[in-house]
Design a protein around this ligand. Sequence first.
Ligand code: XMP
Length: 510
Amino acid sequence: MDKILVLDFGGQYNQLIARRVRSNSVYAEIKPYNKISCSEIKSAGYKGIIFTGGPNSVYDKKSPHYSPEILGLGIPILGICYGHQLLSYLAGGEIAPAQSGSEYGKTRLFVRNNALFKDVPGVSNCFMSHTDYVKTLPEGFIGIAETENCPSAAICNEAKKLYGVQFHPEVTHTEYGEQILKNFIFDICKCCPDWQMDDFIEKSVEKYRNELKGKRVLLALSGGVDSSVAAVLLHKAIGENLVCVFVDHGLLRKDEGDYVENTIGKKLGVNLIRVNAKDRFLARLAGVKQPEDKRHIIGEEFIRTFEAEARKLGKIDVLAQGTIYPDVIESGKGDSAVIKSHHNVGGLPDVMSFESIVEPLRDLFKDEVREVGLKLGIPKELVFRQPFPGPGLGVRVIGEITEEKLKLLKEADAVFRNEIDRLDFNKRPNQYFAVITDTKSVGVMGDARTYGYTVVLRAIDTDDFMTADWSRLPYELFETASSRITNEIKGITRVVYDITSKPPATVEWE
Ligand code: XMP
């Protein structure tokens, strides 16, 4: 299989670059610049290399660099933004701060006739974000595009198949970015488009059928997209030898436990054991008010419950996990502060011993996992479900988790989701749910005074969940949701909408 290396210098669009390559049916792998050597690159057989952007200037002492040897491997290279400057620098060019200052945003791009710009018009828009520029081209290079403020918007050494672009072809603001990447992948690197999800399924099934022959495999099914797809894929390979344990901690959304059991277990035929552990979890959580304490208890209790169930199963050889590619790749960026301990429920039980671990989805991006899920016959509503935190509704019941608050929350959340699910799929927020506060307030119903909980509705639009904006939903939707919640659910007197972005707030309330 042909593959492209995305050499990561810490830019913010690196995953996007790899996904763009993959959407052309060519496999792309991201590696941090300091985790792969020239000889490893050579022996891995990449057909092309893309140097990513990055926040630095090549002359900064701490800026990420690479050995110039890479330019002589005979593998085509495309440098993007910082990658373009680094490529030029390594080839002997001179980089300097742009005289006209930073260039940022949509910019007119003028290109000349070149393999990289096949089917790209002479004038189009591109997305620029830079302060430095390539002042003097390295020997053997020619300029092939410019903008008003940047004479070296694209350069190349055709004989050596080395290309650099100051702009970002991977973002949609660059009108012909997709075409430019296609030209690089197919015309310059001569890749064959042989990365397809049908092939992926077929090859994985064959691989695991051989590798796991006669072995018993255990998987912790959460009901989320990743573990469900991993389960169905492995079931196709090894059938009954895969055992899935689904711990229902009672903190799932309304009817969710039954839905997972029916869909994955009954409809798709996966060997699934559902453990109804609500009482056990609620007993441990009684009186606990602090969010991080709740997370810790839920995570730990999950492992204990899972272990106890696994022990009943006798000898298990292999543990399977739904790890996906973004969990695996290490970005070139530094460490960031921990705001919440997002330890996923379903972490590896450390006292259990397995011969090995299999992670059938570790090469896939989320959208590829979804494509595989659909091809495996998993229903659309499960494949495209919104993210749900491991500690579940435990972090959406503010303060102590009581049976009463949990029940009210499940009902209110179901109403809100039900109203949003009436919107067209592409108009729905990326995540939407209800939160029950610890605050009670007075209401009136008929002629009587009521006193009940306040529920918060939260809906956000986001690309990556690192930052998010609150969703501008139609007023009519709020009206219906609010009156349904207060009329249909006894015990809730007030409904409010959260209009805080992230930052400064987080998505979840706890
Ligand atoms: P925050 O609240 O950190 O949420 O802005 C960002 C995304 O992460 C999810 N989230 C969690 N996921 N375990 C998880 O698996 C957790 O403890 C957890 N806390 C938040 C949240 O739902 C959102 O999608």
